[in-house]
Design a protein around this ligand. Structure first.
Ligand SMILES: NC(=O)c1ccc[n+]([C@@H]2O[C@H](COP(=O)([O-])OP(=O)(O)OC[C@H]3O[C@@H](n4cnc5c(N)ncnc54)[C@H](O)[C@@H]3O)[C@@H](O)[C@H]2O)c1
Ligand SMILES: O=C(O)C(=O)C[C@@H](O)[C@H](O)[C@H](O)COP(=O)(O)O
Ligand SMILES: [Zn+2]
Length: 367
C-alpha cells in the first residue's frame, strides 16, 4: 500500500501529512530532512509507549532519542502536567530548532504542542498520531491547549507542527471504545459540507471500525484533506474554521461537567453534541427532523452516545449552559453555535438565543 500525502497549505509554514499502513518504521526517513541535529525528544503516554514504542524506536534508529512517558488520559491536559513537561524538556536541553515528537493521541498532541508553542518562545514539533481521532483531526491544524476548571482547551496557542506521520496500523492496538470516539470526528467532516462522504460512512463505517485497512486510509486521507483546506483558508478561526467545532459547544460542556474523566471521551461528547446540534437546528426549522434522525441513527449504530440518557449521569442544563458560556466562540457574551441546514450543510450561527438553548437542554436532560 502506498503512502498518501496531504499538504497543509500555510505558506512558509506549510507541511505534509504522511498517511500509510506500517510507516512508523520510516519515521526517521521522513524526519531526517527536517532535523538540524540528529536528536529528538519523544513525548508519549504509558499505553502508547507499551503498544507502539518499539516500532517508533526502530523507525528512529541512528537518531539520538529521549522518551518522556506521561500518564494517559484527559487529566494529563492540565496546568500541572504542562509545568512538569516544560521542565523536563528544558532539562533535556531542547533547543528552538530541535524537533519534539508528540507520539500519541490528542491529549499528548495538544499538551506537547502547547509546550512547544511556548518553550523558548517556540520550538519545532512533529505529530505522530496513534489514535483515529488524532490522525483525522487533532494532529492537523495547530490548535494546542490544556484544559481549565472553567472549560475545555481554554489555555492554548496556535502552533503548527513541522510534519504529521499517521501510521494507520497503530490503530490495531487502540481499544474499540477509543476507535469509535475518533470515528465521531470522521463523521463530522461529512456533516459539515460533504453529504456523499457521510453516505459512504453509513455504508463503510462498520468495515472501517472493524479494521479494514483501505477504508481507514481513505477515511483518514479524506478527513485530512477536508481539515487542511479549512485550516489553509482560516488558520486562526476568524471565520470558517469554526465549522470544525460542529457539536463541540455542547460536547465540551458535557466533558467539563464530567470533570474531563473517563466517563465521557472527547469523541463521545462530540457525537452527542452533533446530534444535539442537528436536533436544535430542526427545532429552529433550519434542517428537517429526518436529517437529525439520520445523524442520530448512524452514530447510534456505531455505539456512540446520541442521547443524554446514554451517559453515565445526566448533568443539569444549568451546569451545561454555564460551561457553554465559556466557549471560545462567544462574542460579547453571546453564544455562537455551529448548526445545520442539512447533512453536509452546516453553518455558523452567531447570537444564538441562550434562554432557548437552555430550554432545549432542560427538555433533553429533564433537569
Ligand atoms: N487540537 C485539535 O485540533 C483537537 C481536535 C480534536 C480533539 N482534540 C483533543 O484530543 C483529545 C482526545 O484525543 P484522543 O481521542 O486521541 O485521546 P487520548 O489522547 O486520550 O488517547 C486515547 C487513549 O488511547 C491510548 N492510545 C493512544 N494510541 C494508542 C494506540 N495506538 N494503541 C493503544 N493505546 C493507545 C492512550 O493512551 C489513551 O488512553 C481531547 O483532549 C480533545 O480535546 C484536539
Ligand atoms: O481544529 C479545529 O479547529 C477544531 O475545532 C477541531 C476540534 O475537533 C477540536 O476538538 C478542537 O480542539 C476544539 O477546539 P476549541 O477551539 O473548541 O477548543
Ligand atoms: Zn474535537
Amino acid at each position: 500500500m502506498t503512502t498518501e500525502i496531504v499538504r497543509v497549505p500555510l505558506g512558509d509554514r506549510a507541511y505534509d501529512i504522511q498517511i500509510g499502513e506500517n510507516i512508523l518504521g520510516k519515521a526517521g526517513e521522513f524526519l531526517s530532512p527536517l532535523l538540524k541535529r540528529k536528536r529528538v525528544v519523544v513525548v508519549t503516554d504509558k499505553n502508547v509507549f507499551a503498544a507502539q514504542g518499539a516500532s517508533l524506536k526502530a523507525g528512529l534508529a541512528g537518531i539520538e532519542t529521549d522518551f518522556i512517558v506521561l500518564k494517559p488520559g484527559e487529566a494529563t491536559k492540565s496546568f500541572d502536567e504542562f509545568q512538569k513537561l516544560t521542565g523536563r524538556l528544558l532539562d533535556l536541553g531542547v533547543e528552538r530548532d530541535d524537533i519534539v515528537i508528540a507520539f500519541g493521541g490528542g491529549v499528548i498532541g495538544d499538551l506537547t504542542g502547547f509546550a512547544c508553542a511556548v518553550l523558548r518562545r517556540g520550538c519545532r514539533f512533529a505529530q505522530i498520531p496513534t489514535t483515529l481521532l488524532a490522525q483525522v483531526d487533532s494532529a492537523v491544524g495547530g490548535k494546542t491547549a490544556i484544559n481549565a476548571p472553567q472549560g475545555k482547551n481554554l489555555i492554548g496557542a496556535f502552533h503548527q507542527p513541522s510534519i504529521v506521520i499517521a501510521d494507520t496500523a497503530s490503530l490495531n492496538t487502540l481499544s474499540p471504545r477509543e476507535l469509535r470516539a475518533g470515528y465521531a470526528e470522521v463523521v463530522k467532516y461529512g456533516l459539515i459540507d460533504d453529504e456523499p462522504f457521510f453516505a459512504w460512512l453509513e455504508k463503510q463505517g462498520t468495515a472501517l471500525l472493524a479494521g479494514d485497512a483501505s477504508a481507514r486510509i481513505w477515511a483518514v486521507k479524506k478527513s485530512c484533506e477536508a481539515k487542511a483546506a479549512i485550516v489553509g483558508a482560516d488558520e486562526q478561526e476568524r471565520g470558517k474554521r469554526a465549522l470544525l467545532n460542529l457539536g463541540h459547544t455542547f460536547g465540551h460542556a458535557f466533558e467539563a461537567a464530567f470533570g474531563y474523566s473517563e466517563k465521557l471521551l472527547h469523541g463521545e461528547g462530540v457525537a452527542l453534541g452533533m446530534v444535539l446540534a442537528f436536533e436544535y437546528s430542526a427545532r429552529l426549522g433550519m434542517c428537517s427532523p429526518d436529517d437529525a434522525e439520520r445523524v442520530k441513527s448512524h452514530l447510534g449504530a456505531c455505539d456512540l452516545p446520541v442521547d443524554v440518557h446514554d451517559l453515565p449521569e445526566v448533568p443539569p442544563a444549568s451546569t451545561l449552559v454555564e460551561f457553554m458560556k465559556q466557549d471560545k466562540k462567544v462574542e460579547h457574551g453571546a453564544l455562537t453555535l455551529i448548526l445545520a441546514d442539512a447533512i453536509g450543510g452546516s453553518r455558523i450561527v452567531k447570537d444564538a438565543n441562550i434562554d432557548d438553548v437552555s430550554a432545549f437542554l432542560k427538555e433533553k436532560t429533564g433537569r
